[in-house]
Design a binder for this molecule. Structure first.
Ligand SMILES: [Zn+2]
Length: 431
């Protein structure tokens, strides 16, 4: 599999390492250096038309860091991304090149950077945007590479320095107070400097402030259940997957739907998950359903979408008829890859949630993955779903949604679904 050349890795040297240190991010793993060294079990890859995934399988969880390097013409090196793995020893003779090459990757090299740190270098064929994150069971580091976007007027492109600019406090601040990076069209195709950053997830707790959302007979407000579940989900994602998590609101306040999706777009987020609870005049109706954006003729869905979109439309235009057949007209933006990934995300979120709840609670019903014209999903650049975690109007589900143990279980199920989506190698490849 691997040839035995050292590929000049150690020669990268301390000077180069320090030069890159400003761009370097450590992501904490559980194991310290006191433990026996971890091993790289395998490096594998999967490539699609627009996307390459490189997976570093490890013998146990470790801390890792990553950075990018511009091309080095003096040494004949292309733009590179490297990942340093703390507490990892390469087996003797294992250092060298891994035969991975495709439209975005020239080759992958490994080397022992120091006594306690192994380095994996990806020699890039083109400028890329890299998303790096960790997954458990088995422990592994995932590097997702997509070609750096060309500057086009229709799709805002963040400046190269932007990925470092997201404030540390952003995960705890609502859009109103977060200095989210400004969207600025890039002037020119910058030199071939790749970009790497953590995966970003935006969680959107439905409603808030003057908009309580649906109300249960016992006075349970949808906005409060959604917010508590969102907060629990945020902590799980940040703690266990090492991804960056942002909330569209971090307290009980009204945030217009338009602002929520703008927030996610400005952050160049990778996933958008909107959390809601359902309501029906039929008190017996119960169950869990997950939506992705698409128009439909289903009357129940149109009623629901009208409820979820409602406050914003009334704010915009008092004349909007509440009896209109359609709550609003879907923008005709091209969905393409985003829709394929949204369907995949909706499927994982729905099954993750239902499969986590069923062994713990009786009568958990799956109403399935559905399509619907939800305003908050329309115009997001990233895969986006809206989950209805249950009916506040059903006596059993309403009572459960009012209990913190159930909301914790819902958050765990949502976490499981998002994790499965990130593990799914089909992401980015469906056409
Ligand atoms: Zn809602």
């Amino acid at each position: 599999m691997e040839d035995s050349r050292r590929a000049g890795l150690v020669a990268v040297g301390v000077g180069r390492y320090l030069a890159a240190a400003a761009l370097f991010t450590w992501v904490a793993g559980s194991a310290g250096l006191g433990h026996a060294a971890a091993r790289i079990e395998r490096i594998r890859s999967a490539a699609g038309k627009d996307y390459t995934r490189i997976v570093i399988d490890l013998s146990r969880k470790t801390s890792f860091g990553y950075a990018t390097l511009p091309p080095d013409s003096r040494r004949g090196l292309p733009p590179r991304l490297y990942v340093d793995l703390r507490g990892v020893r390469l087996d003797r003779g294992r250092a060298g090149a891994v035969p991975i090459s495709d439209a975005r990757v020239q080759r992958v090299r490994t080397g022992q950077f120091s006594a306690t740190t192994a380095r994996v270098v990806v020699d890039l064929a083109v400028p890329v945007v890299a998303k790096v994150f960790a997954l458990e069971t088995p422990p592994r580091i995932v590097i997702d590479l997509t070609a750096a976007p060309q500057a086009t007027p229709s799709r805002p492109v963040q400046e190269a320095s932007r990925s470092r600019a997201a404030p540390k406090t952003a995960a705890h601040s609502p859009p109103a107070t977060t200095a989210a990076p400004k969207v600025q069209p890039r002037k020119k195709q910058v030199a071939a400097i790749p970009r790497a950053r953590k995966l970003r997830v935006v969680i959107d707790p439905g409603h808030g402030g003057k908009d309580p959302g649906a109300r249960g007979p016992r006075g349970l407000a949808e906005k409060n259940a959604a917010f508590d579940i969102a907060r629990r989900l945020r902590d799980k994602l940040a703690r266990r997957l090492g991804v960056e998590v942002f909330m569209t609101r971090t307290d009980d306040r009204f945030v217009p739907l338009e602002k929520r999706k703008d927030f996610a777009n400005r952050l160049d987020a990778d996933l958008f998950v909107s959390i809601h609870a359902n309501a029906s005049k039929n008190r017996r109706l119960h169950g869990i359903e997950t939506y992705y954006l698409k128009n439909t003729n289903d009357r129940a869905t149109l009623r629901l979408a009208k409820l979820e979109n409602g406050v914003d439309l009334l704010m915009k235009d008092e004349d909007v008829s509440t009896d209109a057949d359609l709550p609003y007209i879907l923008s005709d933006m091209v969905q393409g890859q985003k829709e394929a990934d949204s369907i995949l995300l909706a499927g994982h979120v729905q099954t993750g949630l239902v499969e986590h709840l069923r062994p713990r609670y009786r009568g958990v019903e799956s109403l399935g993955v559905k399509q619907g014209p939800f305003l908050v999903l329309d115009g997001t650049y990233m895969p986006a779903v809206l989950v209805e975690v249950g009916f506040v109007t059903n006596s059993l589900e309403g009572r459960r949604l009012g209990a913190s143990a159930y909301r914790e279980a819902v958050a765990e199920g949502l976490y499981e679904g998002i994790k499965r989506y990130l593990e799914d190698d089909r992401v980015g490849q469906l056409r």
